[in-house]
Write a protein that binds this ligand. Structure first.
Ligand SMILES: Cc1cc2nc3c(=O)[nH]c(=O)nc-3n(C[C@H](O)[C@H](O)[C@H](O)COP(=O)(O)OP(=O)(O)OC[C@H]3O[C@@H](n4cnc5c(N)ncnc54)[C@H](O)[C@@H]3O)c2cc1C
Length: 304
């Protein structure tokens, strides 16, 4: 079993920032990432609000910059999914690619993923008409008719993004008011090829091998309408990636990891950073800041 000082689980902005601070701080640290460095930011075509990066770099460029920065401090990165995580005050162990590890301190930075619509046929159409990332998949629907479900910033800004690519965009929201920023809502209302369908939910997914349409229902009148769309973008919120730690560290009612102001969880020596925790803002800048705090406190924890 390999013994580490600090194990970082997840290589998004929070994990990479934690890795930069831990490696630069001289810790015996390793970062474990199941897919690719950068996490969710690789799903966005522009990150306009990360301080110091003017001109709105694309998500890949920002992810590459974070990865390069971590490499400058020789942060070891292992690609593979962390499984069998056991977290107690006395012992922290897990497996990756069949290898067993133990660590004195663990930083949880597994991030978050999209909340699903919850329709029984949803999984059948994922990648065959249903997408959770407009900026990743919008281009596949260039010139076509699509729908997007949701009422927050992501749904409304994705509707605007899709309106520049697609022939027609239906924006479906279960309420009559959007939670999104007023400026975004004004812009979407002014977009000629976006039709708002309010107080409505998606009740049917049509098609054999691929999605060919959806059925929406007004929740008050119960009136149903079939929309012939080839794409349905789901933007109804995010879910924390906390399946590994459920029952081991305290989670809030939404399933996010509860931390104190030093980002320590209910288990001594286990810290959480970024979107996975109960933070008031889920952005790159807050994820990086969390990573810095968590790594600094993890180093202090190890040194007693
Ligand atoms: C479409 C989109 C656009 C966005 N635009 C912006 C923007 O413009 N500006 C901004 O500031 N923020 C934006 N965000 C939000 C931003 O991307 C997130 O707040 C940020 O990525 C959170 O970083 P994180 O490191 O906490 O988590 P994540 O980015 O989610 O990274 C978590 C990482 O952990 C890995 N992981 C999970 N479980 C395991 C496991 N068991 N083993 C190993 N690895 C694991 C995942 O593969 C992932 O790489 C956007 C998000 C999306 C989806």
């Amino acid at each position: 079993m390999e013994k580490l000082g600090i194990a970082i689980i997840g290589g998004g902005p929070a994990g990479l920032a934690a890795g930069i601070y831990a490696a630069r701080g001289g810790a015996n640290v390793k970062l474990f990432e199941e897919l690719f460095p950068g996490g969710q930011i690789v799903k966005t075509h522009r990150v306009e609000n990360y301080p110091g990066f003017t001109g709105g770099p694309d998500g890949y460029a920002l992810a590459a910059a974070l990865e390069k920065h971590a490499a400058e401090f020789d942060l070891p990165v292992v690609y593979g999914s962390v499984t069998d995580l056991k977290l107690t005050a006395a012992e922290k162990t897990f497996s990756v690619n069949g290898e067993a590890y133990a660590a004195d301190a663990v930083i949880l930075s597994m991030g978050a993923g999209p909340r699903k619509l919850g329709h029984p046929d949803e999984d059948r159409f994922v990648g065959a008409g249903i997408s959770y990332c407009a900026t990743c998949d919008g281009n596949f629907y260039r010139g076509k008719d699509v729908a997007i479900v949701g009422g927050g910033d992501t749904a409304v800004s994705d509707a605007l993004y899709l309106s520049g690519l697609c022939r027609k965009v239906y924006l479906i929201h279960r309420r009559d008011q959007f939670r999104a920023a007023a400026t975004l809502v004004d812009r979407v209302k002014g977009a000629e090829n976006v039709e708002l369908i309010l107080d409505s939910t998606v009740v049917g997914l049509l098609g054999e091998d691929r999605l060919s349409g959806i059925v929406v229902e007004n929740k008050f009148t119960k009136e149903q309408r079939t929309l012939d769309v080839s794409g349905l973008f789901v933007a109804v919120g995010i879910l924390p990636r906390t399946e590994l730690v459920r029952g081991q560290v305290d989670l809030d009612e939404g399933g996010f990891v509860v931390t104190d102001r030093f980002l320590e969880t209910s288990v001594p020596g286990v810290f959480a950073a970024g979107d996975v925790r109960d933070t008031p803002l889920r952005q790159v800048v807050t994820a990086c800041a969390d990573g810095a705090v968590a790594a600094t406190k993890a180093i202090e924890y190890i040194h007693g």
